[in-house]
Design a protein around this ligand. Structure first.
Ligand code: BGC
Length: 376
């Protein structure tokens, strides 16, 4: 796989589309500063191509349009990400913005980069593996899990379910975030629910992995043998939903969690097929990364006010930017925000967010659901 930098701006961005993609134009002599490479992990969650990438690119185009830029998506394979990072370094990157497919394995990328004076921003997921990333930008991920657990418990309590039986599906153990989501959810649910038949995890955050895990849970418990589903993200919730549907489970009676406010998940929430979501506004996250990357690439000292925290990665305290996640439900009950006051207010799916959410072609019930929950 070859990857070369081209001058940033739309021309470069247009060239480097898709997983394992490669740019093709050599950096012209007029390019100012070292190159920036954005390395995203997968397409298993919609956010990466729908939000992280375009939001990041828009900001660097605004802040440092003459800096060379390249983009790669590892398609869920850590070895691919390793090659993409090596190629970026060979081709002149001075700043890597790296969302690690495997947080320990990516430590080698950081250590190799540091030896060449290249800065690494650990984007969304904390990079470990004995490494010293320059910055970490993410949400408060333990809080994400706590929001999920708290909202699920409130719903089960409102439904009169004490010690509810919860099928539990975590994210990939290779992702430090998944460990934090689980920790936060446990802090809210331990001692108050029963995990059935046992706690599981998607090996690689793939929706089909969650689907298989949910299938296995239904086989073991029977379709009425559980009260709720804790699942770490919306991709996984989509998989669990598919398994419940194909087994004839009445999903409206099984509150389920999620994360990422994916369009399909927000539609499930309006239709009563998923209880809650954790909305993480990707734009401020991607923009903070772009702001830091542009400063580092042009030899400026990043604005100290941006860096509001420190997070230990097992080796050092990494200067960090941590953003606040928000729990959302259809109606904003139980201390959550409503869909209208969160993703709609923020136009999270673009200027036509309402039309996209309430699209009756996706599900005929969405028109009535949007009216019922004031989505407009
Ligand atoms: C991200 C989530 C995402 C998951 C799967 C996590 O590291 O924080 O937003 O759903 O990875 O890609």
């Amino acid at each position: 796989m070859k990857l070369r930098f081209s001058v940033a701006g739309l021309a470069a961005i247009a060239i480097v589309a898709g997983a394992c993609s490669s740019g093709a134009t050599a950096a012209p002599s007029g390019a100012a500063g070292g190159g920036i490479a954005l390395l995203l992990p997968s397409v298993d969650a919609a956010r990466y191509e729908a939000a992280d990438r375009p939001d990041f690119e828009a900001k660097i185009k605004e802040l440092c349009p003459t800096v060379a830029y390249a983009y790669n998506n590892a398609g869920g394979v850590a070895a691919t990400q390793q090659q993409q990072a090596e190629a970026a370094i060979t081709n002149g990157a001075k700043v890597l913005v790296l969302d690690a497919q495997d947080g320990d394995a990516a430590g080698k990328i950081v250590t190799d980069a540091a030896a060449k004076g290249i800065k690494v921003i650990s984007y969304d997921r904390l990079i470990k593996g004995g490494s010293k990333p320059d910055y970490y930008i993410s949400f408060d991920n333990e809080s994400v899990g706590k929001l999920q657990g708290t909202a699920l418990l409130a719903k089960l309590t409102a439904n009169g379910k004490a010690m509810a039986k919860v099928v539990w599906i975590n994210g990939s153990p290779k992702d430090n975030n998944a460990l934090l989501f689980a920790k936060g959810a446990h802090s809210a649910l331990d001692g108050k629910v029963t995990i059935v038949p046992s706690e599981t995890a998607m090996a690689n955050w793939k929706p089909e992995e969650a689907q298989q895990l949910m299938e296995a849970a239904i086989t073991s418990l029977g379709k009425d043998g559980f009260d709720a589903v804790y699942v770490a993200n919306d991709g996984g919730a989509g998989g669990a939903y598919a398994a419940m549907k194909s087994n004839g489970v009445d999903v409206t009676t099984k509150p389920m969690t999620g994360q990422d406010a994916e369009l399909s998940a927000v539609q499930r929430i309006l239709l009563g097929q998923q209880y809650m979501d954790v909305y993480k506004a990707i734009k401020p996250e991607a923009e903070a990364a772009a702001t830091l990357a542009c400063a580092l690439a042009t030899g400026k000292t990043p604005d100290a006010a941006l860096v509001n925290s420190k997070v230990n990665n097992g080796t050092i305290d990494v200067p960090s930017v941590l953003l606040v996640p928000i729990a959302i439900t259809a109606d904003g009950a139980n201390g959550t925000k409503s869909i209208q006051d969160s993703v709609v207010a923020d136009k999270f799916y673009g200027a036509d967010s309402v039309a996209k959410i309430c699209d009756a072609k996706v599900d005929a019930g969405l028109t009535a659901a949007c009216a019922k929950f004031g989505v407009k």
